[in-house]
Ligand binder design. Structure first.
Ligand code: HEM
Length: 361
């Protein structure tokens, strides 16, 4: 975790821009597409950490790279093609033949440009990180120069960071804000925690990652969001190894693909209680049940292919949510409607609202 905390400065810089812009939205009385705004935030953070260079999406209030719809298109089509993976090479060949650019074209093009630039500067030893951390790309380019990895690995690692680490975090953030601002009692309790700790001098502005570890209600709120709205909405398949396996009294021979969808696990009444469908962070207060409930959490997957960006996303979520909650109210465009979602591979929330300065009319 200590290496993650070295990225805290990047998260703080991006959070400062986010909050400044939100002040502007509030002043202008602007109706905001909240999930979209959180996407700009998450993309800018991951750009900063990966390339030492945010995408400037928040500053420009726009997708400056054109990669957001491309990543979404790629995710959506891979979710369906993933059901019949043998079709994938045929589809790729066909789309290449007819000259259609893949959804991830903008992302790959952007990554390639920044990597080439950094490799060149690295050769001339002019890459001096101005930040207090080494970016992913700097570490990767050094590894490549040392012969430990090759250029396709550098490209793959950078593109994976952006593709896997932006929308997932943005989805979690927008789900958290929706749940908080539609559950007044939860919001009140979280604000009490923030205000009390701030008055006692136990948290800073912005909250440091270290301080946030003692914010028990904040931590429960984040867990409850990841439970009720895991970003990935498909099963995470695994191939049964040699010898087969018995799962829930059912034998599966070697080579069978098995998997489970986190949405099924997370809504289990056996595990989370009869109110499993409710957003109730208090359920994480019970020391006795927490261990069992945690063991069933699957938002980041599990085992050898578990999410490698988990701690980065937790760093972002843990730091930006208290900043938004302590400064703003959110009035939803349709306060009585449940959250709308668009689901393929990822489960994207869709809603709009007005940010207002906390306590203002
Ligand atoms: C709330 C945010 C996030 C969620 C919910 C999430 C969720 C997931 C899930 C479910 C998997 C599949 C795990 C499995 O099959 O067991 C995964 C894999 C992965 N995630 Fe994340 N992720 C998040 C943030 C990030 C971030 C910030 C990064 C990068 C900085 C990242 C990079 C990756 C990569 C590279 C993999 C593939 C790992 C492998 O196959 O070995 N993720 N993530």
């Amino acid at each position: 975790m200590s290496s993650m905390v070295s990225y805290e400065k990047a998260v703080d810089d991006m959070t400062t821009i986010c909050i400044r812009k939100m002040h502007q939205f509030a002043e202008d009385g602007r109706l905001t597409d909240v999930p979209h705004w959180m996407q700009y935030y998450a993309f800018d953070v991951i750009g900063e950490i990966t390339f030492n260079k945010s995408f400037g999406m928040m500053e420009h209030e726009a997708d400056t790279t054109g990669m957001i719809p491309g990543i979404r298109k790629a995710n959506d089509s891979l979710a369906f093609l993933g059901i019949i993976p043998n079709l994938l090479p045929w589809v790729i060949t066909l789309t290449t033949l007819i000259g259609k650019q893949s959804g991830s074209g903008a992302l790959n093009g952007y990554a390639l440009d920044v990597i080439s630039e950094t490799r060149e500067m690295n050769k001339q030893s002019t890459v001096r990180d101005s930040k207090s951390y080494d970016t992913f790309l700097k570490k990767l380019v050094d590894m490549e120069a040392g012969g430990r990895i090759k250029m396709p690995n550098v490209m793959d690692a950078c593109a994976s960071n952006i593709g896997a680490g932006s929308d997932t975090t943005a989805i979690t953030l927008s789900a958290a804000l929706f749940y908080l601002f539609t559950n007044p009692q939860v919001l009140k309790t979280l604000r009490e925690e923030i205000d009390t700790m701030a008055a006692d001098g136990r948290i800073s502005d912005p909250v440091t990652f270290q301080e946030a570890q003692d914010m028990h209600y904040l931590q429960a709120t984040i867990k409850e969001t990841l439970r009720l709205h895991p970003a990935v909405g498909t099963i995470l398949p695994r191939v049964v190894p040699e010898g087969g396996i018995e799962l829930s009294s059912q034998y599966f021979p070697a080579g069978t693909e098995v998997g489970v969808n986190s949405w099924v696990l997370h809504y289990s009444k056996d595990t989370y209680g009869p109110d499993a469908e409710r957003f109730r962070p208090e359920r994480w207060n019970s020391a006795e049940k927490t261990k069992m409930m945690e063991s069933m959490m699957f938002a980041f997957g599990g085992g050898s292919r578990t999410c490698i960006g988990r701690n980065i996303s937790l760093l972002e979520i843990t730091k930006v949510i208290p900043q938004i909650v302590r400064k703003f109210d959110l009035v939803l465009e349709h306060p009585d409607k449940p959250m709308d979602t668009k689901c393929a591979w990822f489960v994207y929330p869709a809603y709009k609202g007005w940010f207002k300065l906390r306590g203002s009319k």
